[in-house]
Design a binder for this molecule. Structure first.
Ligand SMILES: *[C@@H]1O[C@H](CO)[C@@H](O)[C@H](O)[C@H]1NC(C)=O
Ligand SMILES: *[C@@H]1O[C@H](CO)[C@@H](O)[C@H](O)[C@H]1NC(C)=O
Length: 531
């Protein structure tokens, strides 16, 4: 048989020998990243592990050892800011700094008179402050910047830290697998985590912000046959989380500063832009969608992903890798299968077949578009409620979901399981000091906001749904409702800075708790809870 072939086509034996020896070399090559990933990922490309990333002891850090700056861009106080602050106070978060307080800049034509602009510039001022930068290790301290009016915390800061590490571990494994050799060669190392949402918004789907973005790593069947289609309560409700949402950003100070510096450049560039070449004629994309900070970060993520694909290709050998892809399906760095943007196929993510915003495909060794941005796909840090209100429920983890959620509506996901185990990274030694006494002292006995489609319990609930009234309706469903006043008073006795001294602003003034959240707010915050 072999003789016959060698007589008829002597070249092919040489070819086979070449491929074989290369294959052996590749397999023997000490590429730990590829090894690590072939163990973590199932063999077919793009298939995700069904389970969320493990959150247990991922280099557990305590808030006592790791400095965390919490920045809240807020121009004024109202009941919604009070709710955010209250949840931070009772859980023992570091005292946040209020950024852009009473700020009034009137940039014409920009959203909220440029308040989105302030979110970027004033946060950047904080991170770039010369006095802070003089302090040793400032750039490695963590910063969490979040929307002030629609985020509640339900788990303590130590969990936030371990979740942040879990998101990055998961991201490193997935991206290393996707990029193959390019991952190590280019030194990719994401550190800045953003929230994730279902819709590429407000950007146009034909823009760089949307078409190169990788598919979601979430299970492909969470909404049954409706998954990733427009069939649902809204045209986006059955999509898996995939796109960046800027409701919260967490990362090392130095890395977040780089991200914000670039965002500011883009914002300035937008202000001078008219009739952008990639606009759809609506003028919507000019000036970055009227100065929406979200649109800028979404675009930065799209650019990053576009150039990560450029890098992946750059570090492949066309002949060898193409052959090996056939021999070892789903190997690290393999050519990806087509993706879809709102159900429209994208066969080549650098050059989709539909009319799109063109980008230069040249490999750039200095990596100007690489910002180390990772997304919190599994809602380990926070859950975006936009197009996702029924994906999450306040449930007790010691009894069946079916007893607690009476009726599923037509398009609701079927909860992943009927009895959810508690997340393994909750503070193990209960009761925590503030849970002592006659109050239910176990997490099981607390209604935890749980993403029931995938089974995660987020640290933060980000009410970015258009159903803003959910912030009123859901407040009384939380575990702290009815005991919040007691917990707050306990924190005050402990001397919590936010309650005793007040909140600092980025300009050095101090805002007293009583002024931020006056008596008039109490009935909404505490319900009928007695003093
Ligand atoms: C994780 O934590 C558990 C419980 O504290 C412990 O039993 C286990 O050995 C730890 N695992 C690792 C890999 O550190
Ligand atoms: C793309 O960028 C490279 C490097 O900056 C440049 O040499 C090339 O001319 C560009 N190509 C196009 C089509 O603009």
């Amino acid at each position: 048989m072999v003789t016959m072939i060698s007589i008829r086509r002597p070249i092919s034996l040489v070819g086979i020998a070449f491929v074989f020896s290369t294959l052996v070399l590749y397999i023997l090559a000490p590429n730990t990243i590829q090894r690590h990933n072939s163990a973590t990922f199932s063999s077919s490309w793009g298939t995700s592990r069904y389970n969320p990333p493990a959150t247990q002891n991922t280099s557990i850090t305590s808030i006592n050892d790791q400095k965390l700056h919490v920045l809240l861009p807020a121009t004024r106080s109202n009941i919604h800011l009070c709710k955010t602050l209250l949840t931070m106070a009772i859980l023992g978060y570091p005292n946040p700094t209020i950024v852009a307080w009473e700020d009034q800049d009137h940039a014409d034509g920009l959203l909220g008179g440029g308040s989105h602009f302030a979110k970027i510039t004033r946060t950047l001022d904080y991170l770039s402050d010369p006095e802070r930068r003089k302090q040793d290790g400032f750039d490695d301290e963590l910063v969490l910047m979040l929307d002030a009016y629609d985020i509640w915390f339900q788990l303590p800061p130590d969990v936030l830290l371990s979740r942040y590490r879990a998101v990055l571990e998961d991201d490193h494994a997935r991206v290393a697998h996707r990029m193959g050799r390019a991952y190590a060669n280019e030194g990719i190392n994401s550190q800045v985590v953003f929230g994730a949402g279902k819709r590429c918004a407000p950007n146009l789907i034909t823009s760089i912000a949307c078409y190169p973005v990788p598919e979601s790593p979430l299970p492909a069947d969470i909404y049954g046959g409706n998954t990733d289609t427009a069939v649902g309560t809204s045209p986006w409700s059955s999509f898996r989380t995939r796109y960046l949402n800027s409701g919260y950003i967490m990362g090392p100070v130095g890395q977040v500063r780089r991200v914000l510096e670039r965002a500011l450049e883009k914002l300035e560039e937008c202000q001078n832009r008219k009739a952008a070449s990639f606009d759809d004629g609506s003028g919507r994309s000019d000036m970055c969608y009227h100065g929406s900070d979200q649109s800028i970060f979404v675009e930065m993520f799209g650019e990053q992903e576009f150039y990560r694909e450029v890098m992946r290709r750059h570090h492949r050998s066309r002949v060898v890798d193409d052959v090996l892809d056939r021999v070892v399906p789903g190997r690290a760095g393999a050519n990806p299968p087509p993706t879809h943007v709102e159900q429209v196929p994208v066969r080549d993510i650098l050059e989709p077949a539909f009319t799109h915003q063109e980008y230069n495909k040249t490999h750039l060794p200095e990596k100007p578009y690489e910002f180390g941005i990772a997304l919190d796909y599994w809602s380990l840090l926070g859950h975006q409620t936009s197009n996702a209100v029924t994906d999450a429920r306040y449930i007790l983890h010691d009894r069946r979901v079916s007893q607690q959620v009476k009726k599923l509506k037509k398009f609701d996901c079927v909860p992943k399981t009927d009895v959810f185990a508690l997340p393994t990274d909750l503070p193990a030694e209960l009761p925590l000091p503030w849970m002592a006494g006659s109050w239910p002292d176990l997490w099981e006995a607390m209604p935890l906001y749980t993403e029931v489609c995938i089974g995660t319990v987020p640290v933060m609930i980000h009410h970015n749904s258009v159903e803003k009234w959910q912030r009123e309706r859901q407040w009384s469903e939380t575990w702290w409702y009815g005991r919040a006043r007691m917990l707050l008073e306990e924190r005050r006795r402990e001397g919590a800075e936010m309650l005793v001294k007040g909140l600092r602003t980025d300009r050095g003034s101090v805002l007293r708790w009583e002024h931020m959240c006056p008596k008039a707010a109490e009935s909404e915050l505490f319900g009928n809870e007695k003093v």
